[in-house]
Design a protein around this ligand. Structure first.
Ligand code: AMP
Length: 212
């Protein structure tokens, strides 16, 4: 099963992608995590994307598309994958389609900008593996330490309030149009984001017809 998780920054895509990956036994491909890793490694790609990411703007489509193409071609994606944070523009969606990437369901996690802005201050991510946390809704078992890999959990630079507002604008201007694109293909499933993590997860599983 090939899935796309859509939704504004902070809607809960990363958290749901981590749960779905366990439940469906298919990998989650987070372009945000891959790009943050490239920056942390000091790679050429990392140097190219750092400024866009720090200011909360989108990285050029060609850079994102090449890392996604490389990742989805790996053997662990043969039975399906979960795209988290990609596509983010109509051009990216059309390019994936042109490359023959088949998509079964597009789950949009719906949440108002006000709720998102309130949530973002509590958001934390693992500096090493990218696992997502929230200090109230989903804290790590040991404060400041990732449950999955034991590395430090910290605030993302682009979660600063001004940058979050810019990222929300980018979402409304460039990404939200994808809902219409996939709706016209009969693939869009809307899920309420303003509820517990488990509640949203159950809705997603029902929306994609997954039987665990
Ligand atoms: P995320 O972790 O999904 O919120 O992504 C963090 C940042 O990475 C975004 O603000 C963009 O700068 C960049 N990014 C991640 N995915 C994409 C994408 N599909 N297209 C363009 N930029 C992206």
């Amino acid at each position: 099963m090939n899935l796309i998780l859509l939704g504004a920054p902070g809607a809960g895509k990363g958290t749901q992608a981590e749960m779905l990956t366990q439940q469906l036994q298919i990998p989650a491909i987070s372009t945000g995590n891959m790009l943050r890793e490239a920056i942390a490694n000091g790679s050429a790609l990392g140097k190219q994307v750092k400024q866009f990411m720090d200011e909360g703007s989108l990285v050029p489509d060609d850079l994102v598309l090449s890392i996604v193409a490389e990742r989805t071609a790996q053997p662990d994606c043969a039975n399906g994958f979960i795209l988290d944070g990609v596509p983010r523009t109509l051009a990216q969606a059309e390019a994936l389609n042109a490359k023959g990437v088949r998509i079964d369901h597009v789950v949009s996690i719906e949440l108002s900008d006000d709720v998102i802005e309130g949530r973002m201050t509590g958001r934390r991510v693992c500096t090493k593996c990218g696992a997502s946390y929230h200090i109230v809704a989903n804290p790590p078992k040991t404060e400041g330490i990732c449950d999955q890999c034991g590395a430090e959990v910290s605030i993302r630079k682009d979660d600063a309030p001004e940058t979050v507002r810019h990222r929300l604008e980018v979402y409304h201007q460039l990404t939200e149009v994808l809902k219409d694109y996939y709706k016209s293909q009969g693939k869009l499933r809307l899920v309420e984001g303003n509820q517990s993590i488990e509640g949203a997860n159950a809705e997603i599983l029902a929306a994609i017809g997954a039987k665990l």
